[in-house]
Design a binder for this molecule. Structure first.
Ligand SMILES: Nc1ncnc2c1ncn2[C@@H]1O[C@H](COP(=O)(O)OP(=O)(O)OP(=O)(O)O)[C@@H](O)[C@H]1O
Length: 257
């Protein structure tokens, strides 16, 4: 399978601080890739660099074999690569109805058929048309994150960058949203790159993962290796011990996470 996303020897520097140094990852088309590591290890920076939101100092990023230079991104790129953030409050304008919030990306990309697309997007994330004229504050946290997902999907991307998409949600709501994301990935044959501090979530959602520390990748694993404890780095073992969700996932049926 060809790579949907490949990052080669990427470096990101904020002022004098090296947030990423020589990071390389490859994500197969239709694959799901997880980024784990302690706080500050550079997980979000890597997603943001792919999205053109971080100061890239060196290395290469390719999306479907197309080389992205610096922070310049075409409109087609933004349609193809969408990001979902941890906090839907921050990404959904509080004074806009759900209808407006879903219309905006369609308008930006000049996509017609908005009525049909908005109805389909709301349906796909498990929210009916009744939500169209509500405001974000009239929704629960899980419903808001469903809107953020609908907003990303409505322009029909091929890659979703997910930055802790469920960590602000209660455990039961988190499970619903993760299952929804997984179903959408399969139905739409999407490629996922997901950041999570919860190794249980990553094991459940991702086939492969990179373990990050101090802006570098220190270990690459399949989720099977992680689940069976087949890891080489003490650092990774410590992350396993620190991640409550992971302990839960290893002792529970993954379909119930
Ligand atoms: N805009 C910025 N300006 C300066 N430094 C930054 C900026 N964004 C991130 N950093 C620094 O880069 C490092 C990596 O941050 P990043 O957010 O990528 O870590 P993370 O692994 O996603 O952490 P967390 O799990 O806490 O979100 C941190 O030391 C952070 O302070």
């Amino acid at each position: 399978m060809s790579a949907a996303l490949s990052v080669e020897n990427l470096s990101v520097v904020y002022d004098d601080f090296h947030a990423l140094q020589d990071v390389s990852i490859a994500v197969a088309s239709g694959g799901s890739f997880g980024l784990v590591g302690e706080s500050g290890s550079g997980k979000s920076t890597l997603l943001r660099a792919v999205a053109g939101l971080a100061p890239v100092k060196g290395g290469a990023i390719r999306v479907h074999d197309q080389l992205l230079q610096g922070a310049k991104r075409s409109k087609a790129f933004y349609r193809n690569v969408q990001m979902v953030f941890q906090d839907p409050y921050g990404s959904l304008h509080p004074r806009q109805t759900i209808d407006r919030l879903l219309l905006e990306p369609l308008a930006i990309h000049g996509i017609a058929d908005s009525e049909k697309r908005i109805a389909r997007a709301l349906d796909e994330v498990g929210l009916g048309n009744g939500f169209r004229f509500r405001y974000p504050h009239q929704l629960s946290g899980g419903q808001r994150q469903r809107v953020a997902i609908a907003r990303a999907l409505i322009v029909e991307p091929s890659i979703l960058l997910l930055d802790e998409p469920t960590s602000a949600l209660d455990a039961s709501v988190q499970a619903e949203v993760l299952n929804l994301l997984e179903q959408i990935r399969r139905d739409r044959k999407l490629t996922f790159v997901m950041v999570s501090h919860d190794l249980g979530v990553v094991t459940h959602m991702c086939e492969r993962l990179a373990v990050m520390r101090n802006g570098a990748v220190v270990e690459r694993l399949t989720s099977g290796q992680l689940a069976s404890g087949d890891v080489h780095e003490d650092y990774t073992r410590n992350l396993m011990i620190a991640s409550k969700g992971f302990v839960k996932a290893r002792t529970a049926d993954f379909s119930n996470i």
